[in-house]
Design a protein around this ligand. Structure first.
Ligand code: PGA
Length: 262
């Protein structure tokens, strides 16, 4: 099963996730990272940026693939995930911009953009570590409830809940795109290591359903139960609905090999 770590707060969670990633990059300089947007991964990116600034890790060979992109938003617009990844990941981590890809959300033959992105990931050798957040409805990337567990990168309609959640980034709720292009659940399952993060009381139900409920397309985050190497890091608030919290704490305290011991 997934290793579940209950961290004190987002900052400790970000430090733990970053240390896993830094260790990987040190042993594999050409590490391929799967990059999430949203507020959840920010403490991880901040910790990684500190490691880069302090000279602990050289990221010049690191490549990255974003999880998703809005359909119809030009890359140069600030709300596009290309812009978000540039601002929040490429610049602070000093990654090589042309090594970091986002799915194409505009242009001709948009229906083939998913297959193009899958081909780019395969060419890069696949994702070594995929960073993920979870939506309050259990989605991961833009795989809304009901997404096929085997889905590839493809165009999806956003739920009204997700459009509402993301309207904070737009001038008006009507400006939020209705569609996106997203890595699929099948794509995410192919990553060699998944780090799923969740913070805050509003994520507690989705996290408990993903970790301890049935594996189901209704809770896309539940695919972590199906992955051979998944690390799940939550803060205390997001852990409040976990039935097995005492066991996760015990397992973390007593694992001499864990990179994330308290
Ligand atoms: P958040 O979004 O990181 O902004 O909470 C996560 C998600 O909806 O996937």
């Amino acid at each position: 099963m997934a290793e579940v770590i209950i961290a004190r707060d987002q900052s400790e969670a970000g430090d733990i996730a970053a240390s896993i990633i830094v260790n990987k990059i040190i042993t594999t300089p050409g590490t391929v990272l799967g990059l999430a947007t949203g507020s959840t991964p920010l403490s991880t990116y901040a910790a990684l940026a500190r490691s880069v600034r302090d000279g602990i890790v050289d990221v010049s060979g690191v490549r990255g693939f974003a999880l998703d992109e809005y359909l119809g938003i030009p890359a140069q617009q600030p709300q596009s995930y290309r812009s978000v990844i540039t601002r929040e990941v490429v610049e602070p981590l000093e990654l090589t911009p042309e090594y970091v890809m986002t799915p194409r959300g505009t242009g001709a033959n948009i229906e083939s953009a998913g297959a193009e992105y899958e081909a780019l990931m395969a060419e890069a050798g696949g994702i070594d570590i995929q960073i993920l957040g979870i939506g309050s409805n259990g989605h991961i990337a833009f795989n809304e409830p009901g997404s096929s567990l085997a889905s590839p990168t493809r165009i999806k309609a956003l739920t009204e809940q997700t459009r509402q959640d993301n309207s904070r980034y737009f001038d008006s709720p009507d400006d939020v795109p209705t569609h996106c292009i997203t890595q699929g659940l099948g794509t995410i399952l192919r990553a060699r290591h998944i780090i799923l993060l969740g913070f805050g009381r509003h994520k507690a139900r989705a996290m408990a359903a993903a970790l301890e409920g049935p594996i189901s397309a209704t809770i896309p985050g539940s695919i972590v139960q199906f992955h051979p190497k998944a690390t799940v890091i939550v803060d205390e608030a997001a852990a409040t609905e976990l039935a097995n919290a005492a066991y996760y704490r015990h397992a973390r305290r007593s694992a001499p090999w864990s990179s994330s011991k308290e």
